[in-house]
Write a protein that binds this ligand. Structure first.
Ligand SMILES: [Fe+2]
Ligand SMILES: [Fe+2]
Length: 274
């Protein structure tokens, strides 16, 4: 049995904390995996509400290093340090988002970085290529950027002046074989959701997709990108799409009308068993 719960999202069920961020709890194949850690306090508050215990975790995967996916790292590592952590080295870089000439730091906090550096070397796995946690669970590692209509979804740079574009090469996704297609978990889909799905299909050799869950980062997407994304999604064999976090309400409304698969908006407190 596979259990999936959204612990942190921009939306929340009644009584759950909602914040700009994302975290997913995944129990499968004997592992207990936290995929991303939210932005601030929602991770701990909602984990309690869902009766999830950080000390049960065997693995923590960071989809990328943005603050809204790494904010709960210290809270988790204060409770347990026996888990394995998977991330790409670019997740630890300084990085900025620019808007109207102003730069805003969007890297993970210094506290989260320190908590990671304090782990033993053997507890950290640096993602440079696809990696299998078990026979049924894997991480893409860096995602190939094949489509010409997908970009990172924002003005992201390594420097505050906007001179060194940040391709967010640390962006990666987790996949799980259910026996009835794949579950694909994404954080922000900065590599593009279509690129992500194509990479997972290429790595696993499986084309049947049970569920795609996570942030699609289409909130700044052009009409053309939305159209091409919907078209591409319809070319895959997807059972359901659970759009979370940075998908954007307008983009969701557009996809809801255009995609053939079942589609819903995710929220903190949502759980499913497969
Ligand atoms: Fe995000
Ligand atoms: Fe992000």
């Amino acid at each position: 049995m596979i259990r999936i719960a959204i612990v942190v999202d921009n939306k929340g069920a009644d009584g759950f904390a909602a914040e700009h961020g994302f975290a997913l709890w995944l129990e499968a194949d004997g592992r207990v995996i936290l995929f991303d850690t939210g932005n601030q306090d929602a991770l701990s508050i909602n984990a309690d509400k869902l009766n999830l215990d950080f000390t049960d975790l065997t693995d923590m995967v960071l989809s990328h290093g943005h603050y809204d996916h790494t904010g709960g790292i210290e809270a988790v590592l204060q409770k347990t340090s026996t888990l394995r952590v998977y991330l790409h080295q670019a997740a630890m870089q300084p990085r900025y988002s620019r808007r109207d000439g102003d730069a805003r730091p969007v890297r993970m906090s210094a506290g989260a970085m320190k908590a990671l550096w304090d782990l033993k070397d053997e507890s950290i796995h640096w993602l440079t290529r696809p990696y299998k946690i078990t026979d049924r669970i894997g991480i893409t590692g860096p995602i190939s950027r094949g489509t010409d209509y997908e970009d990172t979804g924002g003005a992201f740079f390594y420097d505050p002046w906007g001179e060194r574009p940040d391709p967010i090469e640390d962006d990666n996704a987790v996949w799980v074989h259910t026996g009835n297609g794949l579950v694909i978990c994404v954080g922000c889909s900065h590599a593009g959701i279509v690129n992500t799905i194509e990479t997972v299909i290429e790595v696993t050799g499986e084309t049947k997709i049970h569920t795609v869950i996570g942030g699609l980062h289409l909130l700044n997407a052009s009409q053309q990108r939305l159209e091409q994304t919907a078209q591409a999604l319809n070319s895959f064999d997807i059972g359901q799409l659970i759009a979370c976090h940075c998908t954007g309400d307008e983009a969701f409304a557009y996809l809801e009308k255009r995609v053939n698969c079942k589609i819903m908006q995710g929220y903190a407190g949502f759980s499913m068993m497969i």
